[in-house]
Design a protein around this ligand. Sequence first.
Ligand code: C5J
Length: 221
Amino acid sequence: MTQKTFHAEPFDLPFEIGSTALVMIDMQRDFVEPGGFGEALGNDVSFVRSAIEPCKRVLDAARRQGVLVIHTREGHRADLSDCPPAKLTRGGQTFIGTHGPMGRILVRGEAGHDIIPELYPQAGEPVIDKPGKGAFYQTDLHLILQNHGIKTLIVCGVTTEVCVNTTVREANDRGYECIIPQDCVGSYFPEFQKYALEMIKAQGAIFGWVSDSSAIVAGLQ
Ligand code: C5J
């Protein structure tokens, strides 16, 4: 396999196409579209919607090069038996499982739980349904990555400081090298976006590398 390089901070990251996967985290209607769970919580979804176009460019480049593409969705069984009480009711307020404009919030099979059309999975791309913030928790993501011989993860999606960060931190503990294109991840809070990315690349890439969509597309050529 030919070694390639992603331009990144704090330093460039060598990788091989065949051992690299793109992990698209929770680009679901509930988080990204107006009228979803994210907006119901009072958030401005324009901050996360800015990641859609850069994500699409990286997704197209990964597909062109035959990179393994994996999508995740945060959500629960219809009976909510996989949703811990501490997640279900926070501060006396319950959102998950209640009826929103796009169906029951964060419930599998509901319209709001689905991935946005712009980044919709193609046939053959694994979709990981996760009950938690991290994509490894109670899922077969690690098994799938190991079976494909994956070492490097390009991690995109929402939200930067929650599900992206939780996934990247655990991926790092599991031995993967993660690179995050900064324009392909989104937060409802600009200051969280900034510091979540700084935390990843601090101390000589303590959790991973930070780059952008142009550098990822160029690196994949
Ligand atoms: C959140 C996520 N923020 N996908 N989920 O609750 O980051």
